[in-house]
Design a protein around this ligand. Structure first.
Ligand SMILES: [Cu+2]
Length: 317
């Protein structure tokens, strides 16, 4: 028995490629993420009203994913076998093949794919299974923040960070045709709940965003509406800087209101006066959204909870 020259050559080439490949993998950090597509009941307001949601990992929004430029995301989507629907994952931070990585996964099946994050920003992710507007409206969205390798003068490290993802509540969860036309929605959802962080408009609200006077607070604001843009404004303040799509490469200064398109985002910095306690209300200044739940209170006071807006308290539940 003997190996032909070409077989040996192939084997040698394979070894060489293997070495190059493993060196590349070793240089980048691989971040393993597993999510379950779930068809589960969620609470869509502060008093616990139930809704037939479709979710990533059981909540609206899905888990906050945070990686750094250059990392490799090793992702598994498990569609639980008791589900009725196919689901999928569309990461806006990925540059892949819509017909491959983002394709629908049947109940009981798992999709596994990897991608390298090449650009910094605050990207949304969502289910792309049809009817897509229904999978989004019922709650299948979230954010992946891709941090730059370094903070800079143009994009300084903030003192606190918060994620706000705004969506819409369609009480009739089965009417995907109405959803498509924005018919029948009753409320705006902020991280899955009406007036989630606004005790001024909802006495049942128990959480607010907090900072100390003078701190730089960075709001990563994502738009998970079906069709409507968001007019993001900090009442009683001015955005010190706005980074469209959360990218350090895009910077605007001194903005009153910034428009965020559907399934786009912005990172927006607010710095409150350092000499006194104040409050801001971060609103979607489109009144149809604000009055239906899209108001978030940011309290700036010396005794602000030091744990809020850091670590795992960035997307508050
Ligand atoms: Cu889905």
């Amino acid at each position: 028995m003997s190996f032909s020259k070409s077989t040996l050559k192939m084997a040698a080439l394979g070894t060489a490629l293997g070495l190059v490949f493993s060196t590349q993998i070793a240089a980048a950090k691989t971040v393993e993420i597993t999510m379950h597509a779930m068809e589960n009941t969620v609470e869509i307001d502060n008093k616990g009203t139930k809704y037939a949601g479709w979710t990533f990992d059981g909540k609206i929004p899905g888990p906050l994913v945070r990686v750094k430029v250059g990392d490799i995301v090793d992702f598994k989507l498990i569609n639980d076998k008791d589900n009725k629907e196919s689901h999928s994952m569309d990461f806006h931070a990925a540059q892949v093949d819509v017909l491959d990585e983002f394709s629908p996964v049947k109940p009981g099946e798992t999709k596994h794919f990897k991608f390298k994050v090449k650009l910094p920003g605050a990207f949304l992710y969502h289910c792309g299974a049809m009817p897509m507007q229904q999978h989004i409206a019922r709650g299948m969205y979230g954010m992946i923040i891709v941090d730059p390798k370094k903070y800079t003068k143009k994009f300084p490290k903030p003192d606190r960070e918060y994620v706000i993802i705004q969506g819409q509540l369609f009480p009739n969860a089965d009417d995907d045709k109405a959803m498509l036309e924005d018919k029948g929605w009753t409320n705006s959802l902020i991280n899955g709940k009406v007036f989630h962080y606004d005790p001024v408009h909802d006495p049942d609200a128990s959480i607010v965003l907090m900072s100390k006077p003078g701190e730089r607070v960075r709001i990563f604001y994502g738009n998970a509406n079906i069709n409507q843009p968001i007019a993001a404004h900090p009442i009683a303040g001015i955005w010190d800087r706005v980074y469209p799509d959360g990218s350090p490469n895009n910077v605007l200064y001194g903005m009153q209101t910034y428009g965020i398109p559907t399934f786009g985002s912005a990172a927006m910095d607010i710095v409150s006066p350092a000499d006194k306690p104040t409050n801001n209300a971060i609103v979607d200044h489109a009144m149809r959204a604000a009055m239906r739940g899209a108001i978030t209170v940011l309290m700036n006071r010396p005794d602000a909870d030091p744990t809020l807006g850091k670590g795992d308290k960035i997307q508050l539940q």
